[in-house]
Every structure is written in C-alpha cells, then in structure tokens.
Write a protein that binds this ligand. Structure first.
Ligand SMILES: CC1=C(CCC(=O)O)c2cc3nc(cc4[nH]c(cc5[nH]c(cc1n2)c(C)c5CCC(=O)O)c(CCC(=O)O)c4C)C(CCC(=O)O)=C3C
Ligand SMILES: [Fe+2]
Length: 380
C-alpha cells in the first residue's frame, strides 16, 4: 500500500463559522435591515432613505446572502477535497441567518471550539472589532439561555494572503481586457475601498512604520501595490494607480477618508487619462456597495464624463480564496496546538507584501468603538 500523506489536523477546532454582514432578500426586508445596521450609530435619516433606494432599485434584494451561500459551498467543497472533516456554518450581523441563532445551533450540535472567518479582509472597527462585539453579544445571549459556551477564535486578517490577492490580479487583468484596445495601455487603476471616518482609520491598529494606528490605509496600500506590480509583470504596461474611497455616510462635518471614487474619476478625466479600471479591493464579494456605488453610481459618473471604465470583480467564491481559508484555519490550529504544548513548532504564515502576516489576536483597545463594548476573540 502506498503511504498516504498525513491528513492536516484542524484540532483543536471542531467547526468553522462564516461570519458576514447579511442583507435584505426582498422589499419588505429593506427597512428592518437598515434599522439593524444603523441601531445606535447616528446615521442621518436622509442617508438612510437614500441607501434604502439603492436596495429598492435591485428589487429590495442584496446580492450578499447568495454570495455567502456560494462561499459556504466553496469552503465545504474545498474542505471535503482535502480530507478536512469539519462542518462550516454561516451567520450574519444584520440579517437572517443571525449570528446568535447560528451560534446556538453550533453549540446544540456539540461544537465547543470554533474558528471564525469574517467576510472582511482588513483591520478597522466596522470590519473587525464590530464583528468581535457581535460575537461577544451572541455568547452573552447563549449564556443567558444557560447553554454551554464555546470558545471562538477569529482567523487573522487575510488582505495580503495570496489566495485573496491573486484572484484580484486576474480580475484586474480581465477588466483591463474589457477596455477598448487603443485605450488599454494608458488606463489608470483606481483601487477602491469603503471610506471610514479618518478618526477610525487613525485607530485601526498598529503596522510597522505606520506608528500606532493607520493599519486600514496601510493594508489597502500594500494590496494595491501588489496588484499593480503583478499586473505590470503580466502586461508590461505601467498603469498609474491610486487608492480611493466609496460609500461614505455619516454627518458631512465629520472627516472621512478621501478622495471619493467619483471625484477621482472626474480628476482623471480632467487630466486627459484615456480610461480607468475600478478595482474594489476593500470587499470580498460583489455585494451592494459594489453593485450600486460602483456599477451604478460611479459608472454613471464615468459615462457623463465620457471616460471609459471597467470594473474588476471581487474574489467571491474563487477556489483559491476557499483554499486560503483552509490555509488560515490550519495555520491557526497549529498555532493553538503549539501554544498548548501539542506541537513541536509554530507553522509557516503565508503573506505577500511588505506588512507581513497579521496578528491572531487583536491588541487590547485596537479599532476602538465610540463607546466601549465587550468584544470576544481578542487579547482583551
Ligand atoms: C469598512 C466597511 C465595510 C467593509 C468591511 C466589511 O465588509 O465588513 C463595510 C461593508 C458593508 N457595508 C454594508 C452596508 C452598509 N454599511 C453602512 C454603514 C457603514 N459602513 C461602514 C464601513 C464599512 N462597511 C461605516 C463606517 C458605516 C457608517 C455607519 C457605521 O459606523 O456603522 C450602511 C448604513 C447606511 C450607510 O451609511 O451607508 C449599510 C446599509 C454592506 C452590505 C452590502 C449589501 O447589502 O450587499 C457591507 C458588506
Ligand atoms: Fe458598510
């Protein structure tokens, strides 16, 4: 009998939780969904009405839940193909299946040690700590019901994992190829992500050479540079690029990260740039922030200007991303076994770019909320 390669061990984990934002699945869901999103967050009424319209334009259905179902299937398929016998569950912050219900189901099914993958690749309050607060709330709810509490660990930020970056390189190349041939070589790349208040960006966690905060912007800049370099290697053309922002909300007098994608497109046009590719590196799937803010609003702006644009797709359920999740899970599992004295060495931690692999545990107080709340799965 030929010797089988050793099966990778997911121990101590007994289940994986895909944790996401959630979105409405019909017109009657839109207002309650937005109420869930904005509970206690002081978003102006006008902005809410406007964002509601974005959803109604698409029949009240956000694409995000279907995309998470696809990712769930991709993860289960990847795990099965690699001999990883670990169930994958799915729960959301703002819509069914709600996190608390999923976590209750996991505990009832007997799971006690859970690895969590959030559908946000970067540091920030909205993309990281808020999910950790949601986990703390869900655990508190289960405790109130007298259920046994599982231990939940959040997998590290994966913005610079090759399984996240490489699909975006291919997507950028594919979007460039959609542009008229004569304009392609001169096209600029507009890497775009969710704007957040500058105060939140400045406290988004430590990075080498960026001091105490600033991780949100530094991480995006590193990904943008990696993609731009890989594209140049592939095409031989140098495409100038910039990191820009979208989906700003909040009160007008509070500073948020700029420039906005639409202003940037206007500026490019003014400079005589022939075409642009929008690359939504800040998002894991083509959800509403992509479908409306880029494909509808920014595309209309570009059409007004007469600036040809194409939009790169996000990683979605790309098998390379599913494989990256498996890698992150096995890496964390090995780290936990090492810490428990059950493994001889710490595992390799795969990362591209200048920043290196992100931390497993968020430092105490990183990405602070406006009013402090309990958060699970961190150092504090
Ligand atoms: C950094 C970041 C990500 C990326 C990381 C991650 O993915 O987590 C993200 C993702 C998403 N944001 C989404 C939707 C919304 N975000 C809002 C509001 C806000 N987002 C913020 C930040 C982020 N948001 C912030 C600072 C606010 C202001 C209020 C607050 O401090 O909370 C609002 C309220 C209305 C408005 O203000 O626009 C909505 C409806 C959806 C679902 C899309 C769909 O349905 O397909 C997704 C994936
Ligand atoms: Fe958001």
């Amino acid at each position: 009998m030929p010797e089988q390669p050793p099966q990778p061990s997911p121990a101590p984990y007994d289940a994986v939780l895909l944790l996401s934002f959630g979105g409405p699945e019909g017109p009657e869901d839109v207002v309650p969904f937005l109420e869930n999103v904005t509970r206690g967050r002081g978003i102006p009424r006008e902005r809410l009405k406007e964002v509601g319209q974005h959803y109604f334009l698409f029949g009240g259905v956000s694409p995000i839940n279907a995309q998470n179902r696809e990712l769930l299937h991709a993860l289960r398929k990847d795990f099965a193909e690699h001999g990883l016998d670990l169930p994958v569950y799915w729960g959301n912050r703002n819509w069914a299946p709600y996190l608390t219900d999923t976590l209750r189901e996991m505990v009832t099914d007997g799971h006690r040690r859970i690895a969590v993958l959030a559908t946000s690749a970067y540091a920030s309050y909205s993309g990281c700590r808020q999910y950790r607060e949601n986990l703390a709330d869900a655990l508190a709810a289960l405790e109130g019901e007298g259920l046994p509490l599982p231990r939940v660990d959040k997998l590290r930020h994966y913005f610079n994992h090759p399984g996240f970056v490489r699909p975006m390189v291919d997507a950028t190349l594919a979007a460039l190829a959609e542009l008229p041939e004569g304009l392609r070589a001169g096209a600029h790349l507009a890497f775009t992500t969710h704007s957040i208040p500058t105060a939140a960006a400045d406290t988004s966690g430590p990075v080498p050479d960026h001091g105490e905060g600033g991780a949100y912007v530094a991480q995006h800049l590193d990904v943008a540079r990696l993609i731009a370099e890989a594209v140049r290697e592939e095409t031989g053309a140098v495409h100038p690029w910039r990191l820009v922002y979208q989906s700003r909300s909040g009160a007008p007098h509070i500073p948020w990260l700029e420039p906005d994608i639409c202003d940037h497109l206007e500026e490019l046009h003014g400079e005589g740039v022939p075409a642009a590719v929008m690359v939504p590196i800040g998002f894991v799937s083509d959800h509403m922030e992509v479908k409306y803010d880029l494909d509808t609003e920014a595309a209309a702006k570009a059409a007004d200007l007469g600036l040809p644009v194409a939009r790169a797709s996000t990683v979605g359920a790309d098998p390379r991303f599913a494989a990256a999740v498996r890698d992150l899970l096995l890496e964390r599992a090995a780290t936990e076994r090492f810490a428990a004295g059950d493994a001889p060495a710490v595992p390799e931690r795969c990362a591209l770019g200048a920043l290196g692999p992100s931390h497993d545990l968020c430092p105490v107080g990183c990405c602070p909320a406006r009013s402090p709340r309990p958060a699970a799965a961190g150092a504090d």
